[in-house]
Ligand binder design. Structure first.
Ligand code: NAD
Ligand code: UDP
Length: 312
C-alpha cells in the first residue's frame, strides 16, 4: 500500500469524521479541516492521539495551502434546517469552497473528490434517478442555496478537469445516516430516533407518503473511497446510495418497532419544495466501482439507535 497524505474538508462532521477514521485505518495520513459550523471536535477527538492525524480550524471559503495527494471536499451543511439558516453562506461554502479546493488541487497536482448530492436532481420527474438525468430544481426556492450551490460546484469540477486537467471525482450522495449524526441535526432519521427514545411525538411532515432511500454510513464511505481510487478516466458523477425506498410513515413505524417506543405519529406542515420521491439507480456504481450497499435499513437503524441511546 502507498501511504498517502489526504485532506478531508468538513472532516469534523458526520460523514467526514467516519471518513477520517477509515482513511487512518487504511494507513494514510489525514488532515481534517473544519470550521465547526455543524460538525464538532467531539466527533474526531478520539483520533487526536494518532500522530498521523491533524485537525485544523479553517473556513473552506477562504484560501488554504497545504501539500497533499488527495482532497475529499465535504465541507457544507447537509441538513435542510442548517443549510437554510444562512443561505448566502451555504452558496459561498459550495461555490467558493469548490474554487479553493480545485485551485489547490491544480497547484499541487492532487486528486480531488466533490461530495455532491441527490439534491442536484431536485424534485425528480424520473424515477429512479440516473446520473444522466438533469434534474428539476427550483432556482429561487428555499432549497436552492444548497441544490444550486452543489450544481455549480459540479460545473466547476467538470471544467477544471476539462480546462486544467485537474483529476476529479464527483459522488452524488443519497440520504445517508448512522452514528454521529447530530441529535439536533433536523434530518429525518435522527429526528425520529431521538423522538422515539425520548417518548416524544414523531413529527411526520406532510402526509408522510414522500419517499427517500437511506444508505448506512459504512456502505456510503466504501463507495466514496472506491470512487477516489477508481481508474483515472472515470470522473463520475456517480450515484452512491441504497436503492431500498421507504415512505416517511414506513420509516417512523420501523423506528417505533426497533426502539419499542410508545411515541405517537403527528403530522406537521410539509416544507416548501420537499421532493416527493427519491431513489438512486446504482447501475453505474455497480459497473465502475463493483459497489453496492450491504446493510439493510433495519440493520443500520439498530446500530444508529444504539449510538443515540449512549448520547441521550
Ligand atoms: P455535516 O453537517 O455533519 O458535515 C458537514 C461538515 O462541514 C461539518 O463538520 C461542518 O462544520 C463543515 N462545514 C460547513 N461549512 C464549512 C465551511 N465553510 N468551512 C469548513 N467546514 C465547513 O453533514 P454530512 O452529512 O457529514 O455531510 C457531509 C457532506 O456530504 C456535505 O457536503 C453534504 O452536502 C454531503 N451530503 C451528505 C448527505 C447525507 O445524507 N449525509 C447527502 C448528500 C450529500
Ligand atoms: N421529515 C419528516 N419529519 C422530520 C424531518 C424530516 O417527515 O422530523 C421528512 C422531510 O419532509 C423529507 C424527508 O423526511 O420529506 C427527508 O428529510 P431530510 O431533512 O432528512 O432530508 P432531505 O429532505 O434533504 O432528503
Amino acid at each position: 500500500m502507498i501511504k498517502k497524505k489526504i485532506l478531508v474538508t468538513g472532516g469534523a462532521g458526520f460523514l467526514g469524521s467516519h471518513l477520517c477514521e477509515k482513511l487512518l485505518n487504511q494507513g494514510h495520513e489525514v488532515v481534517c479541516m473544519d470550521n465547526y459550523f455543524t460538525g464538532q471536535k467531539q466527533n474526531v477527538v478520539h483520533l487526536l492521539k494518532n500522530p498521523f492525524f491533524e485537525l485544523i480550524r479553517h473556513d473552506v471559503t477562504m484560501p488554504f495551502f497545504i501539500e497533499v495527494d488527495e482532497i475529499y471536499n465535504l465541507a457544507c451543511p447537509a441538513s435542510p434546517v442548517h443549510y437554510q439558516y444562512n443561505p448566502i453562506k451555504t452558496v459561498k461554502t459550495s461555490v467558493m469552497g469548490a474554487i479553493n479546493m480545485l485551485g489547490l488541487a491544480k497547484r499541487i497536482r492532487a486528486k480531488v473528490l466533490q461530495a455532491s448530492t441527490s439534491e442536484v436532481y431536485g424534485d425528480p420527474e424520473i424515477h429512479p434517478q440516473t446520473e444522466s438525468y438533469w434534474g428539476h430544481v427550483n432556482p429561487i426556492g428555499p432549497r436552492s442555496c444548497y441544490d444550486e450551490g452543489k450544481r455549480v460546484a459540479e460545473t466547476l469540477f467538470v471544467n477544471y478537469h476539462k480546462q486544467n486537467k485537474v483529476r476529479i471525482k464527483i459522488i452524488r450522495i443519497f440520504n445517508t445516516y448512522g452514528p454521529r449524526m447530530h441529535p439536533n441535526d433536523g434530518r429525518v432519521v435522527s429526528n425520529f430516533i431521538v423522538q422515539a427514545l425520548k417518548g416524544e411525538d414523531i413529527t411526520i411532515y406532510g402526509d408522510g407518503t414522500q419517499t427517500r432511500s437511506f444508505c448506512y454510513v459504512d456502505d456510503l464511505l466504501e463507495g466514496m473511497v472506491r470512487l477516489m481510487n477508481s481508474r483515472e478516466e472515470f470522473t463520475g458523477p456517480v450515484n452512491i446510495g441504497n436503492p431500498g425506498e421507504f415512505t416517511m410513515i414506513e420509516l417512523a413505524e420501523k423506528v417505533l418497532k426497533l426502539t419499542g417506543s410508545k411515541s405517537k405519529l403527528i403530522h406537521l406542515a410539509l416544507p416548501a419544495d420537499d421532493p416527493l420521491q427519491r431513489k438512486p439507480d446504482i447501475s453505474l456504481a455497480r459497473k465502475e466501482l463493483g459497489w453496492e450497499p450491504a446493510i439493510a435499513l433495519e440493520e443500520g437503524l439498530v446500530k444508529t439507535i444504539e449510538y443515540f441511546k449512549t448520547i441521550i
